[in-house]
Design a protein around this ligand. Sequence first.
Ligand SMILES: NC(=O)c1ccc[n+]([C@@H]2O[C@H](COP(=O)([O-])OP(=O)(O)OC[C@H]3O[C@@H](n4cnc5c(N)ncnc54)[C@H](OP(=O)(O)O)[C@@H]3O)[C@@H](O)[C@H]2O)c1
Length: 254
Amino acid sequence: MSWAVVAGASEGLGAAFAAGLAARGHGLVLVARRVERLEALAATLRERHRVEVECVGLDLADADAVPRLVATLGDREIGVLVCNAAFAPLGAFVDQSAADLETALAVNCRAPLLLVHALLPAMVARRKGSIIWMSSLTAFQGSPWTSVYGATKAFGLAFAEGLWGEVEASGVQVLVCAAGATRTPNYLAHAAKGGAPGELDPEQVVAETLRHLGRGPLLIPGAFNRFASFLMRRVLPRVTTIRIMAGQTKKLEG
Ligand SMILES: NC(=O)c1ccc[n+]([C@@H]2O[C@H](COP(=O)([O-])OP(=O)(O)OC[C@H]3O[C@@H](n4cnc5c(N)ncnc54)[C@H](OP(=O)(O)O)[C@@H]3O)[C@@H](O)[C@H]2O)c1
């Protein structure tokens, strides 16, 4: 059986990826800190899709999190890896603690990078497998008030696109998903009243992402987001795009 590992599966987009992959018949290894949420999701998915689901309670910021996860995976054939977990410190950079900055780097960059490093060789050897890295529209330009989060998402974008080019011919699919505003519990907890233009539901983002596998290195889900991103990247002056992002993230901060 082919297994899918979803890092950050306890709610939001990660839970939607778990559901989407279970519907495609994958066994699941679900990872997050809140293991009781994972267990509740696992029970639903086992019943609905008759797939095996294992829940792994891990803090991906821990230095030994990835080796522990890899040991838990054992000799399972991993067909899909979804690097979805994230930590997003909001507010002025000068007000953020050094500990939060380290957590953002560890959860958003270090852990997924090491996971890909651990799982990719077997995929390349089998000439089969998919890696999905969740990035964000914040990756394309500086995003004031969420500058560290945006920078970690830019890291993921650059890394995954580069890796796509390296393994393209091997049969392994690498896809970076630069999502816009998505109605996850965490987003809704911070979102401005009335929402943001182009908002999508997590299930829409996941469906588009899974459909896009094998069709190129980058997906921006949602027609509005693709158009807005085109304007921001190719038409508007850079300073203007940074100011637009500042307006959006200032609203998020509430
Ligand atoms: N929602 C949006 O509008 C949006 C837009 C663009 C991109 N994205 C990207 O999409 C992804 C998912 O977004 P989301 O809104 O669904 O995020 P979320 O609600 O914050 O969920 C993040 C997931 O990561 C897990 N996680 C966080 N810190 C962790 C840690 N230290 N160790 C293990 N697991 C951890 C959380 O589970 P626990 O808390 O149980 O550990 C949760 O399952 C992120 O990469 C985000 O950057 C989201």
